[in-house]
Every structure is written in C-alpha cells, then in structure tokens.
Design a protein around this ligand. Sequence first.
Ligand SMILES: [Zn+2]
Length: 420
Amino acid sequence: MHLDNLSKSRIREIQGLLNKLGYYTYIIDGILGNYSKNAIKNFQNDNNLNETGQLDAQTLNRIDQFIMGYVPYTIQKGDTLYNIANAFKTNVWRIIAANPGINPFMLEIGQSIIIPLNYQVVPTNVPYTYDIMENNILALKKRYPMMMYESIGESVDGRQLYHITIGNGSNHVIYNGTHHANEWITSPLLMKWLENFLEVYVRRGTIRGYNTEDIWNRATIHIVPMVNPDGVDLVINGATEYGKNKEQLIAWNFDSDDFDDWKSNIRGVDLNRNYNAGWQEYKDLEGEFGITGPGPYLFAGTAPESEPESFAMANLTRNIVTRLVLAYHTQGQVIFWQFRDLQPEVSVVIGDAFARASGYELASETLSQSLAGYKDWYIQDFRKPGYTIEAGLGENPLPLDQFDMMYENNEELLLLASII
Ligand SMILES: [Zn+2]
C-alpha cells in the first residue's frame, strides 16, 4: 500500500466520485479521514472487494473505472442490449452511442464492447486539475466516439494542450478557457457543456430549444478547455511538486506559498498579455504597474507568443477559418468585444445577443481598454468577432458553489455562438 503517494487532489477526485455515487457526504478536503474510510468500506462492500477502508490497488482500480465512467464487456450467449443495460443499470442509448459499429439485432458472441455507466463524468464538485480534465477527455472519447481530440502542443512543463472538436459544419468557432490559472473554473464550465451537448446529441435532442443535430451539421466547435494547465495545477496544488523551482515560484509570488492570485503560466508570464496586439505598447507600461519580471500576473514575457501555450493557441486560430472566438475568464459577468475599434460592425450585434442569452453585461467602451490579450489579437488580425467573457462574480479563484449559476448563465450563449 502506498497511501502517501496519493496527492491531495487525487484524494479529492476520489472523494468527489464517492460523493457522486452517494457514499460520501462530508466535505471534499483531500484528507483520508474517518468519513472517507467509511465511504471506501461501503464502496468496497458493494463491489465485492475486501472491506479494508484503504485505497489499495484493487480498490483504486475499481474507483478508476467509475471515474472513467465505463466498463469493458464481452458479449455472452443470449445477451441483448436491453439485458446488458439492465445488468449495468445503464441505458441502451448509452451503449449504442459508445459502440458505433454495433448491431443491436445481431450481437456477436465474444465481441468486445464498452458499457458507459449511467451518469456524467465531468465533476463539478472538485477543484479541476489537469489530470482530472485529461481523464474526462479520454472518458468522453470512449463514451462519445464522434468527439475528436488532439494535442496542439505542450505546456512549459510538458502537459498536453488539448483541442477538442465536435460537429462537422462549415461554421468554425473556437471556445477556450483558463488562460489565467486562478480562473480554472472556466475549464469545467466548457467540459460540462461539452458533455451535456454530446449526451443530448446522441439522442438527437434539443437543449434550450437548440437542435443539437442541426448545430452538429452547421458548426464545428473547437474547444481548448485549459490553455494554462501548469498554472492551474500550481494554483490548486501549490508549489510542493516543483523541487528546486519551488523557491523561484514562491519568490515570484511575493514570497508567498499561497498561489490563489496566480494567473500566469509556470514561467511567470501572463498568457493573456502575450499576444501580438499592442504588445510593445503594453510592455512599455509594465513599469507603471510595478511589473519588473516574471510574477503571478501582468508580466507580458519577452516577446509576443514567447510562451508555448499562447503560441499553440494562436497557431490553432491561424489554422482555422473561424467565424468567431470566445475566451472564457472570471470574473465580472461582463462581455468584452472591442479592440481599438478594429472589430467588425456585427460584433456589437452578436455581443448584444450573447448579453441577452447570458444575462451578462456588454462592456462599454471605456471598460474595454485591454492590450495583448487573445481576443484583442484575434480582432486585430482577423477583423472578426472575438469576445472575452468574464463569467461569475467574486474573488478568483471563484468557489465551486458558483458553478451551477455560471453554467446556467452560459449554456445558451455557448449554443448560440456556434451558429450565429
Ligand atoms: Zn482572466
């Protein structure tokens, strides 16, 4: 047993799962206390595992199966999809969606299929680390194989910069989240929206009156849910895993080991000040903001796109003929849509529609003074509608209890943006 090898965020992920499955109702704190041990025992009991209350290898294996939300299965003599679905307490439509080659009327004995369990996999009750997101992407691909994903590059620390696509229409749009590390709640926002969309799309259903099949055929939606994965893990897990770089990170963080205010990537560059739109002008102002080098925010780096994360994001954007882009940030419940009056006339029209759909405010001109950000660069270089959406209200990182309201506010906007 290697209990001390489990990081706090890994334990939180497990507590979040046990909470979802109804075994754990105590706070999700990343600590294996008595409540967690009892929950693990009950889970073990229901899964024919030794009731140790410990996260031993077998238990972790089984837990991971539930985290991924599907189990492998080999078709037996006499099986029907209906019987299989019943045995796994899931739905026939989930099995059909996950196994596109399957013929429900001619099941082949010995055929390997996967059985998606009857719940959603994207958690909204735990701090959303890179590892959790990566598991979710792999799980969603298994459950909804029509979703495509790839890596468009690696972060400074070698994490993948994932790019997900759904739909096969000609209207290409890009949605990204978490340029800023302590705004990581925008990653589960996009991932949960993606999961809900796929779940409805495989049944050809509607969401808020939007026909998902129609969207699929008219749009290709590109989602980069976490532009700054290293920064996210620094905010959530702290600097303990950084060895000798830990001291450097703490020094850049004004000698604090609390990274709640950290927005930058792991080299201390603010990725949303690293695009080639007024970059030099911004650079000349840095001193006035007291910025002299790498730090938690506002340092623009040594050149536009000097960072692998902003370079990958810009490169993806250059390679797609887009209709519009949305960059999710927190907070303020406000939508920014301008850059030096270079945006097309339709920007304000679409922005108004987004404001109505979300209940967020369309920013007035004076509030829109920004430089070197992703949407600034997009508007300047492509003269197309680009938006920064500041979701939620409060102090970053926004608490997870804001998630439901944030989702409620943005669900229609994200549907509308794909076809407007
Ligand atoms: Zn931000």
